[in-house]
Design a binder for this molecule. Structure first.
Ligand code: SAM
Ligand code: 2KA
Ligand code: SF4
Ligand code: MG
Length: 249
């Protein structure tokens, strides 16, 4: 006998953490007060992922199964009921049924941003304010499925602002970013230096090599300026500069 589940049961979201308001530390919304909803589970395993506690299956018991209403109640509590930007991240938040949460929040004036690697397209991308597509460069050891990325753009349609965010560790990553950006000439590009000291998943707060990060940041700025890539934006992870590898900020 199969498991019996009520037909009317609300879809369950697997949530690793909900925190904020803090400032968005990355990319196009940098500096903007934001509540983060971090989904548990990812279809990728980037070697340098800074959020493995929301990726590796051995942590799945720590991902709370929550209804849309429960997640929404937490967002409202954290924001004091004042509309702001909610960033859906992960893991890969595209794995989870976030459509109803977005509809719920939008009805109250909240805006939703989503961070994803672009491997899974969902119809509810069209309801976002901002879609951040962050395809993964060679240093991650992941392969980009370009047709899946195209599908994400199609799903977004004319709804959200769509931007590209590339993590850059080395020259090969930089060239990947240039080639990928050339495929999508109309999308704004954000380049972010890779953090080579990401926290191990068991650590809430691991030491970070800020000097090394700044050196990569300077190298990246030099590359962009030398190449006269004037459409690119180069930004550090601001939250990492402020709080290091601390979780929940
Ligand atoms: C943790 S991911 C979650 C969302 C989604 N899975 C993705 O990768 O886009 C959020 C952002 O952090 C970036 N990121 C992950 N590890 C990083 C690292 N070590 N240094 C810099 N950025 C990193 C990802 O590339 C992505 O842009
Ligand atoms: N402040 C802050 N900004 C962020 N931008 C992207 C984040 C993420 O981990 O997805 C993140 C995060 O965890 N904290
Ligand atoms: S896709 Fe995102 S969450 Fe998944 S392993 Fe890579 S950086 Fe981490
Ligand atoms: Mg992060």
């Amino acid at each position: 006998m199969g498991r019996i589940s009520p037909v009317s049961a609300a879809p369950t979201l697997r949530i690793a953490e909900i925190f904020g308001p803090t400032i968005q530390g990355e990319g196009v919304l940098i500096g903007e007060p934001t509540v983060f909803v971090r989904a548990g589970g990812c279809d990728y395993r980037c070697v340098w992922c800074d959020t493995l506690h929301a990726v590796e299956s051995r942590f799945r018991d720590e991902w709370a199964p929550l209804s849309t209403e429960a997640v929404w109640a937490e967002v409202v509590a954290l924001s004091g009921g004042r509309a702001l930007t909610v960033s859906l991240s992960g893991g890969n938040p595209a794995i989870q049924p976030f459509g109803p949460l977005i509809a719920r929040g939008r009805a109250e004036g909240y805006r939703f941003a989503l961070e994803t690697q672009g491997s899974l397209a969902r119809p509810w991308f069209a309801e976002l304010s901002t879609l951040v597509l962050s395809p993964k460069p060679p240093s991650s050891r992941m392969e980009t499925d370009w047709s899946a990325l195209d599908d994400c753009l199609k799903a977004a349609g004319a709804g959200p602002r769509v931007v590209l965010k590339f993590i850059v560790f080395d020259q090969a990553d930089y060239e990947y970013a240039r080639d990928a950006a050339a495929r999508y000439p109309r999308l704004p590009v954000y380049l972010q230096p890779g953090n080579h000291t990401p926290p191990p998943p068991e650590a809430e707060d691991a030491p970070i090599d800020i000097d090394g990060l700044m050196e990569r940041m300077r190298w990246l700025v030099d590359r962009v300026i030398e190449d006269r890539w004037f459409e690119a934006h180069v930004l550090p992870q601001l939250h990492v500069l402020i709080w290091g590898n601390r979780r929940g900020v």
